[in-house]
Design a protein around this ligand. Structure first.
Ligand SMILES: [Zn+2]
Length: 352
């Protein structure tokens, strides 16, 4: 049985029962196909901008088994067929393209099946992260399920569409750390989000220009700050993070409240129980959540109107905390003050 020079080189010798030749029984002359694969790679990747890549290859099972038994029995210091093949091709491509092999998070993965000599190019997503402000009411965070002509685009579309267009992606996914209601503004330092751009053709773009485009596209309703290219590990973390929030609420009392400032100041680290609000029952399971109201500050009170700031733990339903949701949230501001309360508007000031 014959073995090629490249296989002899990676073993560091000729295995028993083999002789050097041009019809390699072990690799099926895989190494003679490297130049052809280089051309395929250059062809398939030509329309994509990228800086890092990874080569993956598969060989017939029976050859892989033969290779590993030769290695373990005769050449324990040798390199495996797959390893040697991937690194030879990788190094050649690094030299030719100036790009780098990245084992952890490559932007492209080029997969070669040596059994039928087919290849597959996988374009990894690109992540753009930042924080968004919502400066107009009436905008949902996710697209309407049944859009009407008069309904606004969503925060995710106002942000996701310009980003995807600039990186020439196929599609995108939008993730945010929590959400505000359609009629609630997101102010202050904004809410963390990221956009996953699928199959991006470009990896570089002017992020300040994109931020301007988002503002223009939404007619000033959405602003993004701190826009940056992120990594998968970073955005994965965002999904697990919980944030305390500071809200500003304008409310109306049914009757005048004495010593309102003091009464609000006394509400510190108050534990409340919230049963899933009636208004979201259709999309969320009905259960009781334990939340914390850290503090409430009176900003302004001229009966019947008051403006207050509430600091609360992640996921608190603030509207329901204020009016009580027919007893589904206990205690509520309404039950503590013994008065019915109407909400004029609600803004999120800080997401910590
Ligand atoms: Zn060989």
């Amino acid at each position: 049985m014959q073995i090629c020079q490249e296989c002899i080189r990676r073993y560091g010798g000729i295995p028993k029962g083999f002789e050097e030749g041009t019809q390699c029984y072990i690799c099926n002359n895989a190494f003679t196909k490297i130049d052809q694969l280089v051309d395929l790679f250059l062809n398939e990747t030509s329309k994509y901008e990228f800086f890092t890549f990874l080569i993956g290859s598969s060989f017939p099972e029976q050859k892989v088994e033969l290779d590993s038994s030769i290695l373990s029995e005769q050449f324990p210091k040798g390199r495996s067929l797959k390893h040697h093949f991937n690194s030879l091709l990788g190094m050649k491509l690094e030299k030719l393209t100036g790009k780098t092999v990245d084992f952890k998070s490559p932007e492209l993965a080029f997969k070669i099946n040596m059994e039928n000599f087919s290849t597959e190019l996988e374009i990894k997503p690109l992540y753009v992260a930042g924080r968004y402000l919502k400066l107009k009411r009436g905008i949902p965070q996710s697209p309407w399920i049944h859009p009407n002509v008069n309904e606004s685009l969503s925060v995710s579309e106002f942000i996701g569409i310009p980003i995807t267009k600039n990186f020439e992606g196929k599609d995108y996914n939008f993730f945010a750390s929590g959400r505000e209601d359609v009629d609630v503004l997101m102010l202050g330092n904004g809410r963390p989000f990221y956009v996953e751009v699928l199959k991006p053709t470009k990896r570089n773009s002017n992020l300040e220009k994109i931020a301007d485009e988002i503002r223009d596209f939404s007619q000033g309703a959405i602003e993004v700050i701190g826009l940056h290219i992120s990594k998968q590990e970073e955005v994965e973390k965002m999904k697990e993070e919980v944030h305390d929030k500071l809200y500003e609420v304008s409310i109306e009392f049914e009757k005048p409240i004495e010593n309102l400032e003091l009464k609000l100041e006394n509400i510190k680290n108050l534990e409340i129980l919230q049963r899933t609000p009636n208004r979201v029952l259709r999309s969320r399971s009905d259960l009781v959540r334990r939340k914390l109201i850290y503090s409430i500050e009176l900003v302004d009170y001229k009966h019947p109107q008051a403006k207050i700031k509430i600091k609360a733990s992640s996921g608190t339903y603030i509207k329901e905390f204020i009016h009580g949701d027919n007893g589904r949230t206990t205690p509520s501001l309404s039950s503590i003050l013994g008065v019915n309360i109407k909400i004029d508007y609600l803004n999120v000031l800080e997401v910590n």
